[in-house]
Write a new protein. Structure first.
Lengths: 318, 137
């Protein structure tokens, strides 16, 4: 059973069972189908821009403004009420964006590889749902029809396979449509049609078809082998090496045990040795009468206070 | 160091996960080793930023007793930048657009990180021989 057959069988079973929850499709790019009562109300896939990416990348709203709306809505992933209230889009426009994003995500899943499907309970409310769900069988048939139409083009491409570059062909920019100009601007040999869809904020089916047409018209071409990745040899010649552990610090000389020896050269300070305490001690008598009228015996330690101070300042003073 | 094997790992990761736009491998000190990046990206600056960011995140994890650091991811409105430590010696940066499935990226990077570590430290051949010996080949 092919991946598509497996997907069709499991999704049809979800529709018959009236399933409510998620179906996670593994593969490349894979995706998640959100069911409500057996109908698909949202599809998310890494292979197609969701409604948020479509609005942000198309420049309809900036990243800061979007973050503000998400904060105001209490962390909702799809702040529809805020978008409408702030005038970024109308309610009908948002419904169209959500419906287009859903169908585009189904196309991306179908155009890629499907390894398996797994039902799971809903992990929170699905973002950006459509009001009336779509039967899964109809969605898959529509996606298959689109893929068949794409593969029937003269230069068929897959959304995640070819990485085109602008051709050397000269072309008049005035003759190109806006999508063609954007594709030529961003096609650098690294981006697939899927990457270009995200970069330009358009549907992956739309961009993939445009890339196929531009390849057919000679506006794009698929480069051969991808450019080699330059690898620099780290210093030392071979591979990287774990960092060398830091060298231990030089040993600190351990002081000998016992009391420290008294220094022979440096003087040891003794409290009061400078005499400043005595010199600056308050001496009422001196202050009052220059010390000459101080009563002997009343404050003997202060008799020589100022004299001692001057003696210290000038040792030659008697 | 096997240059082709390293380039193969980087390109293989891009093919494996939808939405990866650029990858780079650098030494732990921020010295660029290999870059598969678009012209709009400065790979040298990216490597230096990644080293600084990972170092800061590691210090933060240590200071707050969060255990060993697994990765750091910076999310923006147009995508995200994921930084992974490659062993003790290097780091890898993966840039992706807003469609990239980050959980899938984390799953896909684990075996790739181990192989890149072996390639960078010139132990890839030794590891392959050990695995073959363990399997009895």
């Amino acid at each position: 059973m092919s991946g598509y057959e497996l997907l069709a069988r499991d999704l049809a079973a979800c529709g018959r069972d009236g399933f409510t929850g998620e179906v996670r499709v593994t593969g490349l790019p894979g995706g998640t189908f959100h069911f409500r009562g057996g109908l698909v109300v949202a599809v998310e896939s890494p292979g197609a821009p969701g409604p948020e990416a479509l609005l942000l990348r198309s420049g309809r709203i900036g990243g800061e403004e979007w973050a503000g709306l998400v904060r105001e809505s209490g962390g909702a992933r799809w702040p529809a009420a805020g978008l409408i209230a702030q005038g970024y889009a109308g309610a009908a426009q948002l419904r169209v964006v959500c419906a287009m994003a859903l169908q585009d995500a189904v196309f991306a899943v179908v155009a890629g590889s499907v390894d398996g499907c797994e039902r799971a309970p809903s992990d929170g409310p699905p973002p950006a749902t459509i009001a009336v769900g779509e039967p899964p069988t109809r969605l898959l048939q529509e996606a298959s029809r689109k893929l068949a139409a794409l593969l029937a083009l003269p230069c068929p491409v897959r959304p995640e396979r070819e990485r085109p570059v602008p051709a050397a062909l000269s072309y008049a920019a005035g003759r190109l449509g806006p999508l063609q100009r954007e594709v030529l601007t961003h096609a650098d040999g690294r981006r697939t049609a899927r990457d270009l869809a995200f970069r330009t904020g358009r549907g992956v089916y739309t961009v993939t078809v445009e890339v196929a047409r531009m390849l057919g018209d000679g506006l794009l071409e698929c480069a051969g082998a991808p450019a080699p990745i330059p690898v620099r040899v780290p210093p030392g010649g071979h591979g990287v090496r774990p960092r060398e552990p830091a060298s231990p610090p030089p040993p600190v000389p351990v002081p000998p045990s016992g009391p420290p020896p008294s220094p022979a050269t440096l003087p040891r300070r003794r409290p009061g040795a400078s005499g400043i305490t005595e010199a600056l001690a308050p001496d009422r008598g001196d202050v009052a009468g220059n010390g000459a009228e101080a009563t002997p015996g009343e404050r003997p330690e202060s008799q020589t206070g100022w004299k001692e101070f001057f003696r210290l300042r000038n040792p030659t003073t008697k | 160091m096997d240059h082709k094997a390293l380039a193969r790992e980087m390109r293989g990761l891009r093919e494996q996960v939808s939405g990866i736009t650029d990858t780079a491998v650098a030494a732990a000190d921020g010295l660029l080793i290999a870059a598969d990046t678009a012209d709009s990206i400065d790979p040298e600056g990216l490597a230096a930023l990644a080293a600084a960011g990972l170092g800061l995140a590691r210090r933060t994890a240590e200071a707050t007793a969060r255990g060993a650091l697994h990765r750091t991811v910076a999310y923006g409105s147009h995508g995200c930048a994921a930084f992974y430590a490659v062993g003790d010696t290097a780091l890898m940066v993966v840039l992706g657009d807003e469609g990239m499935d980050v959980d899938r990226l984390h799953t896909a990077t684990q075996p790739a990180l181990r192989r890149i570590d072996l390639i960078l430290t010139d132990r890839a051949g030794t590891a392959q021989q050990s695995e073959k010996a363990a399997e009895g080949v």
